[in-house]
Design a protein around this ligand. Structure first.
Ligand code: AHR
Length: 498
């Protein structure tokens, strides 16, 4: 039996905030050093940024970049990364047992943002530091001039203020692994006071409070409620983090990871709205899903920790076609909640659980997960249409009965073009799909692109960097206002109608 749904422009979820297609650069492993920044590489520009990486970041369609961490930020002194490079201190970096040279810092990051067109999303250290340092960093970045800190920025070469709008108030402060880990009450107060001080300097900032570092945390949901009770008026977003991996060969459950992600989102929305009701507040808090991806965390935990090396190879997951289909499904989950998820960051961008890989002195290439992200960012702009699918199901060990089809659709309101994103979760069965287009104007098939492979473990590597790429599907038709397609087993699909 086919999976079916009807598209109608009258029924929408909400507008897609371009910030949904954000990513994340942390001082971790080879994300920065020997990743996007490698002075001396043949493709490096005068500032040491690899132009081959910059081109791939632009192709990926990244709209925002969260920086500089991650766990890293909770022990970071931002002053170490500004000013003349030869005067910057080398320090122990305890979060990842690495040595931080500080050769890359704020100015280099802003240069990276300028060259990729990405909006910076800056995180402040609320682990070892607090209100004062956050306030100082903001003044250094955003104040036009005439004060010691803003003049220091100018003296460092940045005449114009950076104008950074979005700020994360710490990182994963609920996690016992976090430097300066806090209880919800401690963090809620600190977040509120930091936010208040920052908004005294710039009332238009958009501030993100740390939610839980995963829905499995013992304090999940009560953490969000406590933090928001303190900081509700000061923040615009609460953060969510989630990583998925295949465990013990249970691929059906892994392919259904978005079931967990959607449940997580809905739980945080409910918690935010509960606090809204309690506080009789008018505004709603939106969600910043500012760390999400497939991450083989169990493999990472089994590795010997680094021994204070500079830019060690850490978290360098190689992604298969299966992983890319899951990433596509996670993108669908975010889009299906675009009314409340108004920012998100694929963690991370280069080398570290990343869509882009590099070799020092060598090439840069696209992992399999690059493709669903790039396609969603290119075509998933506009308004999300409600998709209420009637789909065949199967049973998974982790989530019980799960629909084989996971899908969403986005209409570009200017052109009327509609893009359907769809995943077939079945590992061995093609899934016939019928879409009734009665409520949308677009009736001409422009493209049906599919990412699937006879070998679902196929991946792109240094030796074979172009082994996997999307291909055109065959047999997709539109007749009498009905689109008919066959979704290959274990596939990510982009169907564009004009
Ligand atoms: O993205 C890798 C790490 O995952 C981040 O540093 C941390 O915030 C999360 O636990």
């Amino acid at each position: 039996t086919p999976a079916r749904f009807t598209l109608d422009q009258a029924f929408t979820v909400g507008a897609v905030d371009p910030r949904l297609y954000g990513s994340f650069v942390e001082h971790l492993g080879r994300c920065v050093y020997d990743g996007l920044y490698e002075p001396g590489h043949p493709a490096a520009d005068a500032e040491g940024l690899r132009q081959d990486v910059l081109a791939l970041v632009r192709e990926l369609g990244v709209t925002t970049v969260r920086y500089p961490g991650g766990n890293f930020v909770s022990g970071y002194r931002w002053e170490d990364g500004v000013g003349p490079r030869e005067q910057r201190p080398v320090r122990l970096e305890p979060a990842w047992r690495s040595t931080e040279t500080n050769a890359f810092g704020l100015a280099e990051f802003m240069d990276f943002c300028g060259k990729t067109g990405a909006e910076p999303m800056m995180a402040v250290n609320l682990g070892t530091r607090g209100v004062e340092e956050a306030r100082q960093l903001l003044e250094y970045c955003n104040h036009p001039g005439g004060t010691e800190l803003s003049d220091r920025r100018i003296a460092h070469g940045a005449k114009e203020p950076y104008g950074i709008r979005m700020w994360c108030l710490g990182n994963e402060m609920d996690g016992p692994w976090q430097i300066g880990h806090k209880t919800a009450a401690e963090y809620g107060r600190l977040a509120a006071e930091t936010a208040r001080a920052m908004k005294m300097i710039d009332p238009d900032l958009e501030l993100v409070a740390c939610g839980s570092s995963g829905s499995g945390m013992p304090t999940f949901a009560s953490w969000e409620a406590t933090v928001l009770e303190e900081a509700y008026e000061q923040v615009s977003h609460v953060s969510l983090h989630a990583y998925y991996e295949e465990v013990d060969g249970d691929r059906d459950s892994f392919l259904a990871s978005a079931v967990d992600m959607e449940h997580f989102i809905e739980s945080v929305v409910a918690t935010c709205d509960h606090v809204r009701a309690r506080l009789k507040a008018e505004k709603r808090i939106n969600l910043s899903f500012d760390e999400w991806n497939v991450w083989y965390q169990r493999r990472f935990q089994a590795q010997t920790p680094p021994d204070w090396d500079v830019a060690p190879r850490l978290l360098e997951d190689s992604y298969s076609v299966t992983d890319a289909v899951v990433v596509g499904s996670l993108l669908i989950a975010l889009l299906r909640h675009a009314d409340r998820v108004t920012a998100a960051s694929l963690a991370q961008l280069v080398n570290v659980i990343a869509p882009i890989m590099t070799e020092p002195g060598g090439p840069a290439w696209r992992q399999t997960t690059f493709f669903p992200f790039a396609q969603a960012s290119a075509h998933g702009r506009g308004r999300v249409l409600r998709v209420e699918a009637d789909s065949p199901t199967h049973t998974t060990a982790k989530f019980g009965q799960v629909e084989l089809l996971h899908s969403t659709a986005v209409v570009d309101e200017e052109t009327g073009a509609v893009t359907v994103f769809a995943v077939n979760r079945s590992q061995d069965q093609a899934l016939p799909l019928e879409i009734d287009l009665r409520g949308v104007g677009a009736r001409t098939l422009a493209e049906h692109s599919v990412l699937a492979d006879a070998d679902p473990d196929a991946r792109n590597t240094l030796d074979e960097p172009e082994r996997v790429a999307p291909h055109a599907a065959t047999g997709t038709t539109v007749t009498d206002g009905v689109l008919r397609a066959e979704l290959e087993p274990l596939s990510w699909n982009v169907i564009r109608l004009t």
